[in-house]
Write a protein of this length. Structure first.
Length: 330
């Protein structure tokens, strides 16, 4: 199955993950101009009326870029919608997205046929976040066009499945658009995701440590200074398991190695039960791939680095004895 036309317009097989609080028009625009899908959560626009202004800025800026750069038009952008019952803005935000005919909508924490139908009504494509094969079936059954497989090691809310197992199980029955999330921060990892069967690598944490990201300098520097050893997986802060930076948890007065569990029925996007910090402002979400992030750089530089690493990985793979042995198998 070929990709929907809008996703065929992406020069590099990368989607910039929607980062709660952090993603905003400047980041999205620079990601799209650099040749990857830029995205943001609708809930980042506060008050809700700001979403209209943000989508106007994104669509107008990217249209101007395309006029001035016909040889390398921008990639499409995406808006993330939280489809959980706690999101009392969903209907209003969807109406704004409809006005701007948002090309790609990424749905999370719930799959709904009516939401998918609405996006299809204006010609958009729906990708749905899932953490296991069962949720993947439900999402496609309810009309999603594609999936974002959130595997172990992803920043923020994440699953526990190995990406090897998760992608393999999904590809046994689903041939549509598939993005893989989970500790991807290098071009080598992007190539690995494609080799496993994904169409796109879904990258979040590496873009927090960029000039355009709306994160504090301390947050960005913490990503540069830390590695996978500094990530903890906990449900305390929102009621849903996710990966967070240990230094931010210590700064909030808690021991990241001895955190209690939270009641998932009390899901809270403003700091979970028993938490002394506010997710995601004080308790910083982050994935396990950050050991590869060595500096805070502009988005264009980060994307160029990923592109160069992919090219180098392709050359290295072509020259390996391991690949030569595979060739010998016929």
């Amino acid at each position: 199955m070929s990709l929907p036309q809008v996703l065929q317009r992406v020069p590099l097989p990368i989607i910039g993950a929607p980062l709660f609080i952090i993603s905003h028009p400047r980041l999205v625009i620079e990601q799209c101009k650099a040749g990857i899908v830029g995205s943001m959560p609708a809930l980042n626009a506060r008050p809700a009326a700001q979403l209209d202004d943000w989508l106007a800025e994104i669509t107008e800026t990217l249209a101007a870029w395309d006029r001035d750069h016909p040889e390398r038009p921008a990639a499409p952008f995406a808006v993330n919608q939280i489809v959980h019952k706690s999101n009392d803005r969903l209907e209003q935000d969807m109406a704004v997205c409809a006005r701007y005919k948002v090309p790609v909508v990424i749905t999370s924490l719930g799959a709904r046929t009516d939401i998918n139908d609405a996006v299809h009504g204006w010609g958009g494509v729906v990708l749905h976040d899932i953490i296991n094969n069962g949720f993947a079936h439900k999402a496609i059954d309810k009309g999603a066009d594609g999936l974002v497989a959130v595997a172990a090691g992803a920043g923020g809310h994440a699953g526990v499945k190995s990406p090897f197992a998760l992608v393999q199980e999904i590809r046994e029955w689903f041939s549509g658009p598939l993005a893989l999330s989970g500790a991807i921060a290098t071009g080598d990892a992007v190539l690995g995701a494609l080799a496993m069967g994904a169409d796109f690598a879904y990258i979040g944490s590496a873009f927090i440590a960029t000039v355009e990201a709306r994160a504090s300098d301390a947050y960005k520097q913490c990503i540069v200074d830390c590695s996978s050893d500094d990530i903890v997986y906990s449900s305390l802060f929102t009621g849903v398991h996710g990966n967070y930076l240990k230094p931010s948890i210590r700064a909030a007065g808690m021991d990241p190695d001895h955190l209690p569990e939270s009641d998932p029925s009390k899901m809270d996007f403003g700091g979970g039960e028993g938490s002394k910090g506010k997710a995601w402002k004080d308790i910083w979400g982050c994935g396990q791939g950050i050991g590869a992030v060595k500096a805070v750089v502009p988005v264009a530089e980060r994307v160029a680095q990923l592109r160069d690493e992919m090219a180098a990985a392709c050359r290295r793979l072509a020259a390996t004895a391991a690949l030569n042995r595979l060739n010998c198998l016929g």
